[in-house]
Design a protein around this ligand. Structure first.
Ligand SMILES: *C/C=C(C)/C=C/C=C(C)/C=C/C1=C(C)CCCC1(C)C
Length: 243
């Protein structure tokens, strides 16, 4: 009897020491699970929080779909899926900015605050993308511009208009805002480390052994799922208080 092997296997092999492939796999599953959790929790709190949780679920869902592709891309090519990575970010990071606006709406947050954060995040990501791809030789300059946009976002939410609104809202909203601020200050700071580990520049060798993709994957899991859980927690605690 002859055994015929499929010449094009449907599932690529993942080596036991392929940490990048492993984190793409686990990341994909975690994003899927988080999305199901957020979508199915929709009836557990007051209606006014629905949009916020919907956005939390959309963030992890969009990431899950991109991780599905990135996981395949890595398995097939053994290269960073930079294109999918940045398409994912350009959709999900502005949605995280929307999240700030949504929870501060109770204190009268204006659309302009939301758009300001969105524009800053797009500048941060487009310049980062250019540094990783088209202008790789000048990655440090593009990374610097990206970093400046990042610091303006940090300033806005920690010390600017968003902070004032959070204080006016007080209570559970203020607490959630504070936690989200920490995510942006500490959680988002993971990304420049990945960038420096994976692009040429003065920082070369500083993060020598690190893989850009492993760092980005860890950052995404912490930030996307963590962000969503903070908002979920706000919805549950605020609804319980009002009931
Ligand atoms: C879900 C995805 C998130 C929260 C992605 C966030 C990405 C960043 C905060 C990226 C920042 C970068 C810099 C601050 C400088 C170097 C280039 C970037 C784009 C990696």
């Amino acid at each position: 009897m002859e055994i015929i092997l499929n010449p094009l296997p449907l599932v690529a092999k993942i080596a036991t020491n392929d940490y990048v492939g492993f984190t793409f796999f686990v990341g994909c599953m975690a994003m899927m699970a988080a999305s199901v959790f957020f979508f199915f929790s929709m009836n557990s709190y007051d209606r006014k929080w629905r949009t916020s949780i919907l956005v939390s679920g959309l963030i992890t869902f969009i990431a899950a779909v991109h991780y599905w592709y990135m996981r395949d891309y890595w398995a097939a090519n053994g290269e960073s899926p930079t294109f999918f990575r940045y398409v994912d970010w350009i959709l999900t990071v502005p949605l995280m900015c929307v999240e700030f606006y949504l929870i501060l709406k109770v204190a009268g947050a204006k659309r302009s605050l939301m758009w300001r954060l969105i524009v800053l995040s797009v500048i941060m990501l487009v310049t980062g993308y250019l540094g990783e791809t088209v202008f790789r030789d000048q990655a440090q300059i593009w990374g610097l511009i990206s970093g400046i946009a990042y610091f303006v976002i940090v300033y806005d939410i920690w010390l600017g208009k968003a902070k004032k609104l959070a204080q006016e809202a007080g209570g559970a909203v203020l607490k959630a805002h504070k936690t989200l601020c920490w995510f942006v200050l500490v959680g988002w700071a993971i990304y420049p480390i990945g960038y420096m580990a994976g692009t040429p520049g003065w920082y070369e060798g500083l993060f020598g052994g690190l893989s850009l993709d492993v760092v980005y994957n860890i950052g995404d899991a912490i930030n996307k799922i963590g962000f969503g859980l903070v908002v979920y927690n706000l919805a549950v605690t605020a609804s319980a208080k009002e009931a």
